[in-house]
Design a binder for this molecule. Structure first.
Ligand SMILES: [Mg+2]
Ligand SMILES: [Zn+2]
Length: 190
């Protein structure tokens, strides 16, 4: 049957979006994320971070710096007793037309294989429509957390969304409450 997982976008979802965050000291996790991810882990979900990092191809930072940022992220999660199960990133430029940059799904497929993930029990959380599109392609349920500063404008342009999420949440904690509720619902109807 495989493992259930929540794929989580990084910038703008776990941490404040830089953009092109290139300094580990400036990694700032949103409040509520650590506690909420802990709840997901306690509920049996694997947590897999999926992130586009074109700042590498653009020459803004190196893979070594990225790994330091990810060490910082892991440290922040460990303060909540959380161990992330995987971090996958695309280092390419959008113009490179690689197969791993979201909304493409090569990294998801790799993670599904490496962690024996059952997509039918799994979710994607992100702040961009491309996160939703990627999640839908691999067959998980999707939650969108629009950025607070552009939320109203974003929500009023729903007809322009390329992919429609299963749920739109105000923040990470609400996204997780919804996931835990719907996964119980899925169990009850089996
Ligand atoms: Mg993002
Ligand atoms: Zn790529």
């Amino acid at each position: 049957m495989g493992n259930k997982a929540v794929f989580v976008d990084r910038d703008g979802t776990i941490n404040v979006d830089g953009p092109y965050l290139s300094d580990p000291d400036k990694f700032e996790m949103y409040s509520g994320v650590g506690e909420s991810v802990k709840k997901l882990k306690e509920d049996g979900f694997k947590i897999i971070v999926m992130t586009n990092q074109s700042g590498i191809a653009r020459g803004y930072f190196t893979e070594d710096v990225l790994s330091k940022i990810h060490e910082r992220m892991k440290m922040k999660f460990s303060e909540f007793g959380v161990k992330l199960d995987g971090i996958y990133y695309c280092p390419h430029h959008p113009d490179d037309d690689c197969e791993c940059r979201k909304p493409k799904t090569v990294l998801f497929k790799k993670a599904i294989k490496e962690h024996d993930i059952d997509v039918n029990q799994s979710y994607m959380i992100g702040d961009k429509i491309l996160d939703v599109c990627a999640g839908q392609k691999i067959g998980v349920k999707t939650v969108l957390i629009p950025e607070a500063h552009s939320r109203n404008e974003f929500l009023s342009n729903k007809n322009e969304w390329k992919c429609v999420p299963d749920y739109v949440a105000d923040d990470f904690m609400k996204a997780v409450v919804w996931i835990i509720r719907t996964r119980n619902y899925n169990l009850n109807i089996q």
